[in-house]
Design a protein around this ligand. Sequence first.
Ligand SMILES: C[S@@+](CC[C@H](N)C(=O)[O-])C[C@H]1O[C@@H](n2cnc3c(N)ncnc32)[C@H](O)[C@@H]1O
Length: 238
Amino acid sequence: MDWFAWDFDHPAYFQIYADKAADAATEGSALAALLHLPPGSRVLDLPCGWGRLHPHLKAQGLEILGGDLSRMNLARHREEHPAPLARLDFRALPFRAACADGVFCAYTSWGYFTRREENLRQLAEFARVLRPGGALLLDLAGRNFLRDAVAEAEGQWLDFPDEGYRERVTWSADGRRIRTERRCQGATFRHDIWIPTDTEVRACLAEAGFGAITACGGLDGRPWTAAAERWIYRAVRR
Ligand SMILES: C[S@@+](CC[C@H](N)C(=O)[O-])C[C@H]1O[C@@H](n2cnc3c(N)ncnc32)[C@H](O)[C@@H]1O
C-alpha cells in the first residue's frame, strides 16, 4: 500500500497532528486571502483532510467542495464541518474540466508520489478542473528552512511524550525527499515527501498549464525568500 493511503487513514494521525487544529484559524484565513478570489467563487479544497480549514474558506464567502483520499478524514469532516465532499485520488479527479474558479492545496500536500510524472499529473489535474483564469494556491514547506531545521537531529529518534509518539527524520540519499518515521499507538508510519526546489516547483507548474506564478514566504504575504519556512505559490490556469 502507498504510504499516503496508510498514514493519513489511521487514528494515530489525528493524535500526531492534534496541534494543527489550533493553527487552523490563522492558517485558513491567511491562505484563503492569498488565494485571492471574490466571494461566490467555486473552490476545490484538495486535499481537505478533516476540514480544519473549511470554516475559514467559507468565511471568505467561497463555495467549497472538499476532496480527499482518506475515508477517516472525510468522515470527521462530515461530522465536524458538513459540506459537499468527494473521495478521490489527486491523479484522477472526478470533476469535469474547467468547473472550478480555484483549487486550494494547503499544508505540503504535493510531492507524495515517487515519480515526477505522478506529481506533475496532480498539478495537471488541478489545471484541468480550473477554468482558464482560475487560480491555484499551493502551500509548501520551504526546502532550505526544512533542511536547516532537520540538520541537527537528522537520523535520531526524538520523543514527544505529551503527544504520545516518537519520530525520526532523514533525507533520502539523493537529498530530494524527506522521510519521517513515527511510532504511535503501536503502529509505525512513514511519510515520504519530495521537497522540491523553487525552480522545480515553477517548472512543474508551468508544464502543468499554469502561468502568472507568484510566491510569498509566509502567511502574512511577506516576499518569498529562499530561507522562508513556507513557500506559498499562486498560479493562474492559462
Ligand atoms: C497534510 S494533510 C493536509 C490536509 C489539509 N489540506 C489541511 O491542511 O488540513 C494531507 C492530506 O492529503 C490526503 N491525501 C494523501 N494522498 C492523497 C491522494 N493521492 N489523493 C488525495 N488525497 C490524498 C491525505 O489523506 C491527507 O488528508
